[in-house]
Design a protein around this ligand. Sequence first.
Ligand code: PEP
Ligand code: MN
Length: 338
Amino acid sequence: MVVVVEQNATEKDIEGIIRILNDFGFDVHRSTGVNQTVLGAIGVKPDFDTRQIEVLPGVAHAYRITEPYKLASRSFRQEKSVFKFKNCEIGGDSIVVMAGPCSVENEKQIFTIAESVAKAGAKFLRGGAFKPRSSPYAFQGLGEDGLKLMRRAADEFGLLVISEAMDSNQIEVVEKYSDIIQIGARNMQNYNFLRELGKSSKPVLLKRGLSATFEEWLMSAEYILSGGNQQVMMCERGIRTFETATRNTMDISAIPVIHAKSHLPIIADPSHGIGIRDKVIPMARAAVAAGADGIIVEVHNDPDHAKSDGAQSLFPNQFEEMMKQLRVIAEAIGRKIA
Ligand code: PEP
Ligand code: MN
């Protein structure tokens, strides 16, 4: 931590700051210039609250210089994490595409969609069986029956399954049918739940909270990692901003920034990221160009009658076109679509 001392601080103030830093267990190195003193405090614990120092008389600022997350950081692991699956790997050179409806609705729907996304090159079938809806009156998902349908549809067309768990008591059933457990944006800060996911043997896709900073999001990943589950993937799905023209603001900058800060793969969700069907493909293209390790996208055979998120779901032929375009962009940056 670097402590910048106020220009008009007295020698007594400075000695007081040093004493308190020592009391907290820090080694303190003092540099005094003509009219500025800076203190370097070595040995900051990840959970130290810098405001404890900022409130002291004579302190102008206190800055942390190491990240509060450890296991998620690049300094802990220099090379990117790569997770192996039956039909692909995530985090390596190839970009993995996950596609399917927002919600599993019925057998015919999920089999029709699974067949078309598999044909176009998806590796994972996405679909919610437990749905976090803003309204308690909206369709809440088919639960375990939906998971069973997804598993059958995915197996039939050579796909793997990604589906959401909303609560600790849903982990077991989602693990049973799904290859990746998706954690929704609204649950990113549900710390007890994240701790439980640390005990799972299944990989976790951690969506970014609606107003989460990169640091908060990585701290949530840290909960899962420190619980013992090393297979965590980050998912940028758009954040809340002042803009009202789109459902969310897709933060493409998250892709290179998370890659710089962390070894964990990052997947982009252009469907929730922008929320408007005809703008989903441009966002997917941008995400691949920015270095995303995967794309998770909503596709529906009849989006006009979808039970959720029809307006942001691609028609199957649009998905096919998106895949063609992504292949060209991947190649341009030395990667390929898995
Ligand atoms: C979803 O993937 O359908 C979903 C509900 O996502 P999010 O948690 O990002 O809103
Ligand atoms: Mn959705």
